[in-house]
Design a protein around this ligand. Structure first.
Ligand code: WTA
Length: 632
């Protein structure tokens, strides 16, 4: 692949780290782990009982201790801004004291090591306090993005059997108040194992308090602020984070403590070149993995000061993000290609009217970045001074796996390429049979050795864990992504090769969407695919077969869309719905997704000889043609 290169570095050139990693990756990760605080040292650095890994076996540590107790208590941890303009500054000392109080409150409500606690909060400092309070006592937190619906919460709480839910009365989003407590009430109506709901006052709206409910203020203020951090086994589970896959409902990705912290702290330092004076700002919500690893844990473990913002970065207008950067003199910005595409569309004059000269490093995550958007970020936002790191990773990998690392080394940057794997991580691009493909050829990305941020398993489902990640290429981890390695060894991450969509950077499974669509009483079959979207990267298109005798109307369309919003959440809203009389299927009755995808991507359809009904293809093709006309 031909590409311009940009020689921007921060003057770091540490070749020793890569050399150490390639000579012995286990010893290398041990060296990184030693930078954390351990109550007791480990005996075995890696127990690899494929495909299950346990890092730093015998070692005892605690995530909350590493994030808070070892830091400078006077230093500002969080510069918080609410969507409505509220502002707060929280020091490491204040965060520690609140965390200890909440940890004591959880203990007094009966939460013990290993119990699950669900957190459904807006982006407020108390979300970080909640996470760290769980970590402090060894409870496993499971954070749910505050845009998910009651039905989605119910599924996740049911699966994790959380005893406590921490939520707020409401949260602000684009000027609206989302009634979080009310949504939780609906979600847990029939879940008797949920013993308590702790409710933070955020939006000051009227709520009904039930028998199970306690006010955050009462629970926290009435608890003592001394609470030793539990000495936890390195492989003690830190959190479950639900994410969509190719089949069924979202699965609980389970992460450990010691391996995860090692991965996150090392990558945070290498990627962001973090210094004591930096003001770091990651726009991700903590409900997603980027927010777990690079808002909640990474910056705190490295003692950084960060900006935390509650609402949409373009609310009340497209200047908000740049205003925040100017106000807090942000030095490092980490955001998504979707956000950048949106801001780029608003034009240069908006960012140009703010002082962005504090910026020194820029990052992106979550989806492929178009080279022209990369260049805009580099030129208009970074003024050609700031390196851009395009970081590739997944909920399952815990932290960054492929990225330029300006804190470690200076390399020429290629717009749209994630460059190289991080030290100690071994990836390959392979064909169907598992053989490495030639340079500049598209293949599947696999990971060949365990890494410390690797998921432990899927919560309660080891069999699924083995099947999803380890069965396609036995012995190797299958990422589900397409990639190309160019002649210079640079990796280009091309997005999902499976039935997972990335809509505005959010992961959504087609199977999950289809089962929601067919659960409507008028729909008999559904097939979903993604089409290229100028801003969101991908948009959801659904083909629906109505039941016999059902009249196809706009009302039906709206009903079906509403159903998806209620069952999954607004992020899963289909952009277009087409009613068709049948779906293209193979003779064995399976929907030909390959065909839908190919048509959506304008690719050659290929062999359709196994198709049961050719007419179905032309019907779908007509729908796509119509769509393309509409999109221009
Ligand atoms: C995609 C997000 C291209 C990829 C951290 C992966 C990317 C999925 C990049 C994981 C990138 C993430 N370039 N694609 N820099 N980063 N992806 O679990 O398809 O929400 O498999 O984790 O996002 O999404 P997840």
């Amino acid at each position: 692949m031909k590409s311009e290169t940009f020689d921007i570095g921060l003057g770091n050139n540490d070749s020793k780290t890569r050399a150490e990693a390639s000579s012995d990756y286990v010893m290398f990760w041990e060296k990184q782990a030693k930078k954390l605080h351990w109550f007791e040292p480990w005996q075995i650095p890696l127990e690899w009982n494929a495909p299950f890994s346990r890092w730093f076996v015998g070692g005892k540590t605690n995530a909350s201790y590493n994030a808070l107790d070892v830091q400078n208590k006077e230093k500002t941890a969080i510069l918080w801004e609410g969507e409505n303009g509220d502002r707060r500054t929280v020091s490491y000392g204040q965060l520690l004291s609140q965390t200890k109080r909440l940890a004591n409150a959880l203990k007094s409500l009966g939460i013990q090591k290993g119990d699950r606690v669900t957190i459904y909060l807006p982006m407020v400092p108390e979300l970080i306090t909640s996470i760290l309070a769980c970590a402090r006592i060894g409870a496993i937190h499971t954070v749910i993005f505050s845009g998910f619906s009651a039905a989605s919460i119910r599924d996740r709480v049911f699966d994790s059997k959380s005893k406590i839910i921490i939520t707020a009365d409401g949260g602000y989003r684009r000027g609206n108040t989302v009634k979080l407590k009310e949504i939780v009430d609906t979600a847990i109506q029939d879940l008797d194992f949920v013993k308590n709901v702790i409710v933070l006052k955020r939006a000051d709206i009227k709520i009904t308090m039930n028998k199970k409910d306690l006010h955050w203020g009462d629970a926290v203020e009435n608890s003592p602020d001394s609470c030793d951090a539990e000495r936890l086994e390195s492989s003690h589970p830190l959190f479950i984070l639900y994410t969509s896959g190719t089949t069924g409902k979202p699965k609980g990705v389970l992460h450990d403590t010691g391996g995860y912290l090692t991965h996150i702290s090392a990558t945070f330092r290498w990627a962001f070149d973090i210094k004591d004076s930096d003001v770091y700002y990651c726009t991700a919500d903590i409900g997603w993995v980027t927010g777990h690893s690079y808002v909640a844990y990474g910056p705190l473990i490295c003692g950084a000061t960060q900006v935390m913002y509650e609402g949409a970065p373009d609310y009340p207008g497209p200047a908000r993000l740049w205003e925040i950067i100017q106000r807090y003199k942000v030095t490092i910005l980490y955001t998504t290609p979707t956000a950048l595409r949106m801001f780029m569309k608003f034009g240069d004059s908006i960012p140009n009217s703010f002082d962005l000269s504090s910026l020194r490093l820029l990052g992106t995550v979550g989806e492929p970045i178009n080279p022209e958007v990369w260049k805009w970020y580099y030129t208009t936002i970074g003024k050609r001074r700031c390196p851009i790191i395009d970081t590739w990773w997944q909920t399952e990998t815990g932290g960054m796996m492929i990225s330029p690392l300006p804190g470690l080394e200076t390399i020429p940057l290629k717009p749209g390429s994630g460059s190289f794997p991080i030290p100690g991580v071994d990836v390959a691009v392979v064909d169907d049979a598992g053989a490495e493909v030639k340079p500049n050829t598209r293949g599947f990305l696999i990971i060949r050795k365990p890494w410390p941020g690797m998921l432990l398993t899927l919560w309660g489902d080891d069999a699924k864990y083995k099947e999803v990640y380890w069965s396609r290429y036995p012995g190797f981890y299958y990422t589900g992504d397409y990639a190309i390695r160019d002649g210079d060894g640079y990796l280009w991450l091309l997005g999902r090769a499976d039935d997972v969509l990335k809509v505005a950077g959010h992961r959504i499974g087609t199977a999950e969407l289809e089962s929601s669509l067919v659960s409507h009483h008028s729909i008999s079959e559904a097939a979903v695919c993604g089409v290229a979207d100028e801003i969101k990267g991908e948009a959801i298109i659904a083909f629906l077969v109505p039941k016999e005798g059902v009249a196809v109307t706009d009302v039906l369309k709206q009903e079906v869309i509403e159903q998806v919003r209620i069952q999954i959440g607004p992020i899963a809203t289909p952009q277009q719905i087409y009613f068709v009389s049948r779906l293209p299927k193979t003779r064995s009755g399976k929907i030909m997704r390959r065909l839908l995808k190919a048509m959506a991507r304008n690719e050659k359809i290929g062999d359709v000889s196994t198709l049961e009904d050719g007419a179905a293809v032309s019907e779908i093709q007509t729908a796509f043609d119509e769509l393309k006309k509409q999109l221009g």
